[in-house]
Design a protein. Sequence first.
Length: 233
Amino acid sequence: MDKSNHGDRGSNPSSSGAILKIRLENFMCHSNLEIEFGQWVNFITGQNGSGKSAVLTALCVAFGCRAKGTQRASTLKDFIKTGCSDALVHVQMNNEGDDAFKPHVYGDTLVIERRISYSTSSTVLKDSQGRKISNRKEELRELVEHYNIDVENPCVIMSQDKSREFLHSGNDKDKFKFFYKATLLQQVDDLLLGVDTKLKAASALMDELEETIKPVEKEISELLGKIKTYGKI
């Protein structure tokens, strides 16, 4: 398996959020693989079975994609190389520029490490010095949303199975689903549904609180009436 890129890293710095390097340990068919990416378009070439798709799958896993979402496995432990006890995906990203993600915390680069074992999996975010910053899923989600990385969007990553399914599908409904998700309309719809659910919950809570306040308001009104009566004595 070989990697080539159009342009070198020396001419201009990669844009914020660009992937600088990926390292795989015991992940799928790779025992120890490290690839450094250039700032322009990168090509990974190789014979069938050399592990090209495994690199793409590893990126999906690092960015929080579910195992089933990769269409390569049903659980994360299936990505561990046969005969090994755990696997590691290490992704280094550029974090310079105006669109940097918490540069005061992470510095000019950041690292995502996803470690997978047969019993559990964990994700750690590190700064440019290799220091652990967070292991919270919310932090990774915030990072992914900040850089608008959607590895489950078919226009971002098109697997062989997905492309074959799309090209041979004569069902207009399935094609519309593809369009709906690829154009982020599905994501917007999900966000609107989430907002609607929260609004309904907030409205129900407000009604409940108003009912709780009514006896208190009545008591206050009675006390004010007594105060006025006593004031006239």
